[in-house]
Ligand binder design. Structure first.
Ligand code: SF4
Length: 281
């Protein structure tokens, strides 16, 4: 698809993922979307953001994809659920964007992270971008809910230096309630990453009343510790920065009155992960 077919008034760069973006690819036909997914030559991105220190080691450039198969009750970025809310971006344009930062990322011991949404909905585009990053010597990290982990072959995974694996909850019924989907394939992906000895950071969003069950966290911790390849646990406190997006998009929001976790609850959760030998922050 020619670049002039795309909206130009919205910049690819954003101040952060909490900027609301919607309907930016409404002009792209379903056939063009299917062709993009099949080739990986075109992707749909919420934005590129710079300077992140929480999406992998060092200072990161982050590409936020649109499209997600989950509907997490606590999602901070529901505008990224739909691919067509994002900007259609050719692989050439995305690679150029990445190239601008290649020296800075190395100086800051950082790298390039692809997050979402769920990046593996667009796994061919994501893989091309990671391969481009690796050819520039840039460290790569994939932030994924893991549901489509089997879309990446063992060889594909060699282009990914680090997987930031989001485990939402252990109990399958709670997982279904929380995300709308099953968690069996996610745990399977975690086991596969371990068998391949791939580096993993566990990402765990802590939501009071929803993901703070002591026993559930204990089971996630025991499982992840047993794998032997989890280098770090990032406990991510729930916040309300995305609340306005739910309102703006007209999606009923069940967590309207939920407060962020207390310092005590965050510390208790980190302590649970540490008690099985994991580094948790
Ligand atoms: S997996 Fe991430 S982007 Fe998808 S609904 Fe859940 S929190 Fe939102």
């Amino acid at each position: 698809m020619p670049e002039n077919h795309m909206l130009t008034q919205v910049t690819l760069e954003a101040e952060g993922p909490f900027v609301l973006r919607k309907d930016l690819a409404q002009h792209v036909s379903e056939a063009e979307v299917r062709a993009a997914l099949a080739s990986g030559d075109l992707g749909f991105l919420h934005s590129f953001t710079t300077g992140s220190t929480v999406d992998g080691p060092g200072v990161r450039l982050v590409a936020w994809t649109t499209g997600c198969m989950f509907r997490c009750l606590y999602c901070h970025n529901p505008d990224t659920w739909y691919m067509k809310n994002g900007i259609p971006v050719t692989i050439e344009r995305a690679t150029e964007e990445l190239r601008k930062y290649r020296y800075g990322l190395k100086v800051m011991s950082g790298g390039f992270t692809i997050s979402g949404g769920e990046p593996l909905l667009q796994h061919r585009f994501v893989l091309k971008l990671f391969k481009a990053a690796r050819s520039m010597g840039i460290h790569t990290a994939l932030d994924t809910n893991g549901y489509f982990g089997d879309r990446l072959t063992d060889e594909d995974l060699e282009a990914v230096n680090l997987v930031l694996l989001d485990i939402k909850t252990w109990d399958p019924e709670r997982h279904q309630h929380l995300t709308g989907m099953d968690n069996a394939t996610i745990l399977e992906f975690a086991r596969r990453l371990a068998s391949l000895k791939r580096s993993v950071f566990l990402r765990f969003v802590l939501v009071p009343g929803l993901t703070d069950d002591v026993e559930d966290i204990g089971r996630i911790a025991a499982f992840m510790a047993s794998l032997g390849n989890v280098e770090q646990v990032d406990v991510l406190p729930f916040h309300q920065m995305g609340r306005y997006k739910w309102k703006n998009l007209g999606i009923p929001y069940a967590l309207e009155n939920v407060e962020p976790p207390s310092a005590e609850l965050i510390e208790r959760t980190c302590a649970q992960f540490r008690s099985v030998g994991l580094k948790a922050y």
